[in-house]
Design a protein around this ligand. Sequence first.
Ligand code: HPA
Length: 238
Amino acid sequence: MGTPHNEAASGAFAKTVLMPGDPLRAKFIAETFLTDARLVNNVRGVQGYTGTYQGTPVSVMASGMGMPSIGIYSHELFHFYDVDNIIRVGSAGAISPKLKLRDVVMAQGACTDSNYAHQYGLSGTFAPIADFELLETAVAVARRMGVEPPVGNVFSSDVFYNKAGNTLDWGKMGVLAIEMETAALYCNAAEAGKRALTICTISDSLVTGEELPPADRQSTFTQMMEIALGVAVEMAKK
Ligand code: HPA
């Protein structure tokens, strides 16, 4: 089997797939955290690996940047590879002044400026939300590690370089952070009847203008990855 964007064999992905945006981060996660990781996809350099973490099979594959990209990869994983859980492990920019660089945020819901949900032909606005069981498990795993994660809305935007300059307006509605993938991921999970959760590390702040150096974006997100991997282990027990 295979898809236009994925050359992996049937059954090559574990039930839970972690999705960073960056293919090099997928490789880093596989090499750093997984045992016996093997490359299962490399179409367009979108590296997918399957290995084990504490004895549980786990996969990691890049989503690319933006909703069209994660829309394709998550659709194929849910529909053609029998994947049950996708956990996006990404970065986000702080919109809330309460967030600090390196905070690990869990996206309970995703607002968006994208028209992605238009495809469903609904006569209103669909509210993309995290799977409650994944979210509840992730909060529990984080607390076990001594971390109290901020949980709430993110803003999934189609634009990184926003000319209107009004992104911080979302803060008036309590939105925590901006990223570019979650709304589409949550729509796809809902449509497929599967589970998704986004966990993001704050890499920059739109409030203060601070940012982490690019090297940190690839390698210092250990806490977020350990939470996501912990969730994969817990879900395998259910
Ligand atoms: N904007 C959009 N996506 C992001 C940002 C941002 O500032 N930071 C990390 N992902």
